[in-house]
Design a binder for this molecule. Structure first.
Ligand code: HEM
Length: 199
């Protein structure tokens, strides 16, 4: 294995957790202000928008890492590392799902960032509500959110394997259960917030 390949794949793995994974958790948590209604949500939006040098921070710590993770993710998908015997049966499906959710999340993020951050009126409860009041819009968001939460939860498990944190079969099994709970909790937070915009 070439050193550069090792470096870039470690960077891909790390970027999925920090900063992209951490940002996803923060983003879904911040959006859950929607549960408290339009005024509370708009206050959170204004607060975030008032942070200094926001576009610079977003570019350095969110856009570039996600773009890198996505581009290298596509490289991984194209490479011939597919080996259906690598994991037990369920893990084979997770292997495929990790890639499928990566592609869905990519399409979702491009659309989501363009429409919510760069096109149309400034971010607000009303803007999100008008997008999600369309059943297709809501369905698209729910699929995007669930793909992201699943990708992150299974990604944490893969990260644990890749970095030698989850070594014994028992540790891998326990982590699997903990991450299943994490997936459900983060999904309830994310999907619940999306529904709160139109409920
Ligand atoms: C919300 C955005 C995303 C988050 C939070 C995220 C997070 C993660 C994490 C934590 C991992 C595990 C790293 C490891 O294997 O050690 C991972 C792996 C991966 N991600 Fe992402 N990711 C995101 C978006 C994407 C996108 C857009 C793509 C591709 C288009 C992608 C493709 C992949 C691939 C191919 C793997 C490797 C799976 C493997 O080695 O078996 N990810 N991601």
């Amino acid at each position: 294995m070439r050193v550069s390949h090792f470096f870039w794949s470690r960077l891909h793995s790390l970027s999925g957790v920090v900063p992209v994974g951490v940002f996803l958790i923060f983003h879904l948590w911040a959006n859950s202000a929607a549960f408290a209604g339009p005024a509370a949500y708009n206050r959170v939006v204004r607060l975030l928008e008032s942070l200094p040098a926001l576009i610079v921070v977003e570019t350095l710590f969110i856009f570039i890492p996600i773009l890198y993770h996505a581009i290298y993710g596509f490289v991984i998908m194209r490479s011939a590392r597919y080996n259906v015997n690598r994991y037990p049966f369920a893990r084979n499906w997770y292997f495929v799902l990790q890639r499928a959710t990566g592609v869905i999340v990519f399409v979702f993020i491009v659309y989501h960032v363009l429409t919510m951050r760069f096109v149309g009126p400034a971010a607000s409860f009303a803007k999100v509500a008008s997008e999600l009041s369309n059943p297709w819009g809501l369905a698209f968001y729910i699929v995007g959110i669930l793909s992201a939460t699943w990708h992150l939860a299974n990604g944490f498990w893969l990260f644990g394997i890749d970095w030698g944190i989850l070594v014994s079969p028992r540790a891998q099994q326990v982590a699997g259960w903990v991450l299943a709970v994490f997936f459900v909790a983060l999904s309830v937070l994310g999907v619940g917030s999306a529904i709160a915009f139109v409920a």
